[in-house]
Write a protein that binds this ligand. Structure first.
Ligand code: AMP
Length: 402
């Protein structure tokens, strides 16, 4: 019997969901409710390649959830007719405490509430999604799968910031890392594509979407990652700056009188590609660049340069690298980005084959020559499948302890 997991990603004003077979990753239905709390909300439910939409106001998360349950009832598959064994919730920040997927109970919810200061935008939204799902599906186990958990193996030397002891010990200021479900899925898929045991495979994963992060994975374990205490550090992103001299904050405050909120908004929403090229969508940046726009050309160069710098750094961290893997919207779709970001790395054994790189991507696709020391791969990420897989594992372990 197929074991389906209802995978949920609740944001501040949106709810994304998919029904996923936790064993095969097959997904018969998925959808989203956008703009919850606004007058112009939209539910989109996709089943068998057909999209059903409903435009109206969804006042609360509870309304949105109710509409999702109705969409399953009206357009299928009816939730009573398929074997749903769990609800799997994406939770952004698990702090130091949550190093693996965890069954939801009151204590676990209280502990995630305690982490809100570390993820003030994301964790409250994730918690609200969990609260409503618990009411709606009281008979189903609910599992939290944390974005940070895959990175709990990062050694102290790599997750420690050089700051006073009280910050580190009392306020838990350290590198946590994010996009963990994607890095876990993609690094395992890379080992499979190489025909190597996960435990004997070292990869650098480049997750390049709206948010972007690089991770060094040794033998299936994250040993360093570019995002830090928050998802602001590291690579250039759609609207986030990535790495920055921390003194920029003081400078903006002292010289322009900016408040913390002003600086926060600027670095999260007005920086990255948007700050450099005026557009946060990578395709738009590429269009502008092709038309001769100087800002867009610089944005592309800075974006690629930052990736190349991290590849070099993580090569040094790992010592031996078997593959560099591109994933997420930009990584999967932009051959130009892949070639530019890895150019000049032949001495490290990293070479992109132009013909393969320009070809279609289907499953795990090699874009390096056959005789390369280091494989370059494009692997579509599947965070929903990873969440379903992990949730199913927790549920099975809880009914068969040990
Ligand atoms: P994600 O967050 O994974 O959905 O990725 C979103 C990013 O991927 C956006 O910046 C898109 O512009 C970019 N993207 C999506 N499709 C393409 C494409 N065909 N070529 C280049 N970038 C793309």
């Amino acid at each position: 019997m197929t074991a389906y997991v209802l995978v949920v990603n609740a944001g501040s004003s949106s709810l994304k969901y998919s029904l996923v077979d936790g064993e095969t990753g097959e997904s018969p239905a998925s959808g989203s409710v956008e703009r919850i709390g606004e007058s112009s909300g939209r539910l989109a439910h996709e089943v068998d390649g057909e999209k059903h939409t409903e435009d109206r106001e969804f006042e609360t998360f509870e309304d949105a959830w109710g509409a999702v349950v109705d969409a399953f009832e009206d357009h299928g598959p009816r939730l009573e007719d398929v074997e749903v064994v769990a609800v799997g919730h994406r939770v952004v920040h698990g702090g130091e405490q949550f190093v693996e997927p965890t069954l939801v109970d009151d204590d676990a919810v209280a502990a995630v509430e305690g982490l809100v200061p570390l993820a003030p935008l994301h964790n409250p939204a994730n918690l609200e999604g969990i609260a409503v799902a618990r009411k709606l599906f009281p008979e189903l186990p609910q599992v939290m799968v944390f974005d940070t958990a895959f990175h709990h193996t990062i050694p102290e030397v790599a997750h420690t910031y050089a700051v006073p002891r009280a910050w580190r010990e009392d306020h838990h200021i350290r590198r946590y890392g994010f996009h963990g479900t994607s890095h876990a899925f993609v690094s395992r898929a890379a080992a499979a594509a190489l025909g190597r045991a996960v435990s004997a495979t070292n990869v650098i994963v480049l997750h390049l979407g709206n948010g972007a992060s690089a991770t060094a994975v040794r033998g299936g374990e994250s040993v360093d990652t570019s995002m830090g205490l928050t998802p602001l550090e590291g690579l250039v992103m759609g609207t986030r700056s990535g790495d920055l001299d921390p003194a920029v904050h003081m400078h903006l405050h002292r010289s322009l009188g900016w408040s913390l909120e002003d600086i926060d908004r600027a670095l999260y929403r007005e920086s990255g590609l948007k700050g450099l090229a005026g557009e946060n969508d990578f395709r738009e940046v590429m269009r502008l660049r092709a038309s001769g726009d100087v800002g867009a050309a610089l944005a592309f160069d800075v974006y690629c340069y930052r990736i190349r710098k991290y590849v070099g750094a993580y090569y040094a961290v790992l010592g031996t690298v078997h593959a560099v893997v591109f994933t997420a919207g930009v990584g999967q779709h932009s051959a130009e980005l892949r070639a530019a970001a890895l150019s000049g790395l032949d001495r490290l054994g990293i070479v992109v084959d132009d013909v393969r790189n320009e070809g279609p991507v289907s499953g795990a696709t090699f874009v390096s020559p056959d005789d390369s020391d280091v494989a370059v791969l494009v692997i579509p990420t599947n965070e929903e499948y990873e969440i379903a897989r992990q949730a199913l594992e927790v549920v099975r372990r809880s009914v068969q302890p040990g």
